[in-house]
Design a binder for this molecule. Structure first.
Ligand code: RIB
Length: 297
């Protein structure tokens, strides 16, 4: 079984601010750091640090050359990453507040330059029974999902950041969904603070899929054909929540693929994302499995 993550690679510009900026305001940042990130890259790093062999596919633009090295240093195979020198790298401007919260402006850049040819030339190296992980920060998602389905791959989708493009995807082909409460609210039409309704709605909209719903400080839930498993969070002092969801996704998947039960996978994912939240930055904050297992909360 092989695992590929077809996803975004970003340079994150993280500004420390006293509060999230409001309309018309000019706000001084007290610090600025530059981190490797992107939901795709973060999830590949998390999968690899959780012990899974993973391939990453995607596009790195001009100015993002370091991202290739970040993936390699994390043990991720980069054979299917294209480096483009005529398009800027995907990047973000992240506001990070003192209580660890964040707000993100995303510029897609090279992440939006995925071609059907690249998809074909990548997925022909994979076969029935292999897994593919996707998020909503690259273009041509519909084509990728259709090709992965034709190939017989297990398809994982984290539809984040949620937008109208998600409605055009063949979601019936997706085997695993990772959604937070806001995304679940948008998908189901129920209020995002009504966890019971969200679970019910997700279960009926995606009856065949495994759905993992993250609820922030209220923990997470695994939903599959009427089975519901809940897991609370591990409490830590939040420094930066960036990549917490990506860490959760990577650790949950690596755990399930490694033979753990969904309950065990939720627990490891909760532990791993708690460690991520306690550290600054996206990819650099993602722990390795030993740290996760041995961490005392
Ligand atoms: O999920 C966190 C990531 O979202 C950040 O690293 C940023 O690049 C955005 O894509």
């Amino acid at each position: 079984m092989k695992m590929i993550n077809f996803g975004s690679l970003n340079v994150d510009y993280v500004y420390k601010v006293p509060h999230v900026i409001v309309r018309g305001e000019t706000l001084s940042a007290t610090d600025r750091n530059i981190f490797p990130g992107g939901k795709g890259l973060n999830q590949s790093v998390a999968l690899s640090r959780a012990g899974l062999e993973v391939y990453h596919a995607g596009c790195i633009g001009k100015g993002g050359e370091i991202l290739l090295q970040v993936l390699r240093d994390a043990g991720v195979n980069t054979d299917f990453v294209r480096c483009l020198d005529d398009i800027p790298v995907g990047h973000t401007i992240i506001q990070n507040t003192d209580d660890g919260d964040n707000c993100i402006i995303l510029f897609g850049g090279a992440n939006q330059a995925v071609t059907e040819k690249q998809v074909d030339q990548t997925l022909c190296h994979f076969e029935q029974g292999d897994w593919i992980v996707l998020q909503n920060e690259i273009n041509n998602l519909k084509y990728i999902i259709e090709k992965a389905h034709e190939t017989g791959m297990t398809i994982v989708l984290n539809p984040s950041p949620m937008n109208e493009k998600i409605n055009d995807l063949p979601l019936e082909y997706v085997d695993y969904f990772f959604v937070n409460e806001i995304e679940a609210g948008q998908i189901t039409g129920y209020p995002s603070d009504d966890a019971e309704k969200l679970m019910e709605g997700l279960g009926s909209i995606f009856p065949e899929a495994h759905t993992i719903l993250t609820l922030g400080s209220a923990g997470s839930v695994y939903i599959y054909k009427g089975e519901i498993i809940r897991k609370s969070i591990y409490k830590v002092k939040a420094v930066d929540t960036t990549a917490a969801g990506d860490t959760f996704t990577g650790y949950f998947l690596a755990s399930v693929i490694g033979g753990r039960t969904p309950e065990e996978a939720l627990d490891l994912a909760a532990r791993a994302s708690a460690v991520t939240v306690s550290r600054p930055g996206a990819a650099p904050s993602i722990p390795v499995m030993d740290e996760v297992v041995n961490c005392r909360f």
